[in-house]
Design a protein around this ligand. Structure first.
Ligand code: SAM
Length: 471
């Protein structure tokens, strides 16, 4: 029985409900009256249900798809302005006891060298990341209770936060590690993590069991209920995602929105972010072995529909995608991107991009300076802001900020001040020139005069060497 409030995986992600939803979507894909009324509802910016959004996904009428794209763009502008939050993944260890058939870290892969960073190596990686200008990381690790126990992860988090190299600092560590216990989530929260990210990979249980044939990740319910345990452990910013390409995208899309609805129904707060990874080539992994790959066009449609279905949820895209596609989906709703990522364990401290321990091929291989420059030239503000979580604005408190329209008086100046730090400490000459112009223009857009004055003053202080201002 479908029940969004239930804490049982198969009740809040209910297979029959998804099949009914897909049937309903198919039956109504040419029902323009219904489709128009759903788009009208989305225009109210309060989101859509999985059923409504699935009808729009099935719709193939070009004029209506265009209307969806325009609305996604508008919602993106209204809620997130032109800010794009920057982050980098940090791979701690590729030891893994799971058998995920799409992931090069799977236990049976004997060709990939196994590596786990020592604390000294973590320090080197973090200094390399700080020297690029990063302030926000997502740590990644395989699941291995012996090699990467929770104590190891916690120690790495401590090390990361403790490093202050030149003007550098990692101010927010998001965590992407395997599903764990309430107690371990509590310990992660106490260690000061930002978002807990866990991709569902696929919501389709039978496929899930086949794609995760061995190891603790085989347990579909334990994995699917992980976000509930994270919430119970006190983590109220959680990040969802599916690995597109494993199963039929329409099934995954309905599952993803049902998961968001479940978190809202059971805990009163939806997901903080949704990631949209697609399967990539990797050691021992051939993406063509997975026959549900999606075209760039469908991918863009999915991003636009996520944007209008969950307007308050940030959307993340990684360097799995090319510059061209990133450009397109940033316009349609993506609010966070990684830059200059290396997906190998210990990859940042090396001069050359190493490939041996990589988790997947990186499409966008530009430096952070190039990505920052590119974003600014396209009219975006690359933001290194980490203020919300440091001010305790997580979970529903962050949502309240969004809903009260205070983003322009809060996130906007924070973005500009952290960009200014980046320009002062890490940017190339050209990037700095482009950035200074952008800041001068954007600072005038702060609606509250008092806030504007403080922000201008802070910018001057940053210029004279002070750091870390925030609203
Ligand atoms: N080990 C943790 C887990 O199982 O959830 C999380 C870390 S794992 C390094 C991060 C994510 O990478 C996985 O959740 C999966 O979606 C993604 N991934 C694995 N293999 C991939 C591939 N070949 N291409 C793209 N993404 C992949």
């Amino acid at each position: 029985m479908y029940n969004p409030k239930s804490l049982k995986a198969e009740e809040f992600i209910n297979h029959e409900e998804i099949l009914d939803t897909l049937k309903y979507a198919d039956e109504n894909k040419d029902n323009y009256e219904l489709i128009d009324s759903i788009i009208d509802k989305a225009e109210e910016r309060k989101g859509l249900t999985h059923r409504e959004a699935s009808v729009l996904l099935a719709c193939e009428d070009q004029a209506r798809i265009e209307r969806i794209y325009n609305l996604a763009e508008q919602i993106k502008k209204d809620f997130y302005g032109n800010r794009i939050v920057m982050f980098a993944p940090l791979y701690l260890s590729n030891y893994c006891v799971n058998g995920c058939v799409y992931c090069p870290y799977h236990l049976k892969n004997k060709t990939i060298p196994r590596k786990k960073l020592t604390q000294d190596e973590v320090r080197k990686e973090v200094i390399a990341l700080q020297d690029m200008g990063h302030k926000r990381l997502a740590i990644e690790a395989g699941e291995d209770p012996v090699n990467n126990p929770i104590e190891y992860i916690l120690e790495c988090i401590d090390t990361i936060y403790s490093i202050k190299h030149k003007n550098g600092a990692i101010r927010r560590v998001n965590v992407n590690i395997a599903a764990t216990t309430v107690e371990n989530y509590r310990r992660l929260k106490e260690a000061g993590i930002g978002t807990y990210i866990l991709f569902q990979e696929t919501y389709h249980k039978d496929s899930y069991l086949k794609l995760h044939p061995t190891g603790p990740k085989h347990d579909y319910a334990y994995h699917t209920e992980a976000m509930d345990r994270a919430m119970q452990g006190g983590i109220d910013d959680v990040g969802l995602g599916v690995l597109f390409g494993l199963e039929l995208y329409r099934y995954e899309f309905a599952g993803l929105l049902m998961h968001a609805e479940h978190l809202e129904a059971a805990f009163g707060v939806g997901p903080h972010t949704i990631s949209v990874p697609r399967i990539k080539k990797a050691d021992d992994i051939d993406p063509s072995a997975f026959d549900n790959s999606i075209s760039d066009e469908i991918f863009a449609k999915l991003c636009a529909l996520i944007r209008i279905s969950v307007p308050y949820t940030g959307m993340i895209i990684s360097t799995r995608e090319s510059q061209q596609l990133r450009e397109k989906v940033i316009r349609l709703g993506v609010s966070q991107i990684s830059g200059a990522s290396r997906t190998s364990v210990g990859g940042y401290a090396d001069e050359e991009r190493p490939h041996d321990t990589e988790q997947f091929d990186v499409s966008d291989q530009r430096t952070l300076d190039e990505v920052v420059n590119w974003l600014m030239s396209a009219g975006y503000i690359p933001s290194f802001c980490t203020a919300c979580y440091r001010e305790g604005r997580t979970g529903d408190r962050f949502m309240t900020l969004c809903k009260n329209g205070q983003i322009q008086n809060c996130c906007h100046p924070n973005a500009l001040m952290t960009l200014k730090e980046y320009l002062m400490d890490y940017a190339s000459e050209d990037t700095r020139a482009v950035g200074e112009k952008l800041i001068a223009k954007e600072i005038e857009k702060i609606p509250n005069d008092k806030v504007k004055e403080i922000a201008k003053n802070n910018l001057k202080n940053i210029e004279s060497g002070k750091r870390d201002f925030r609203f």
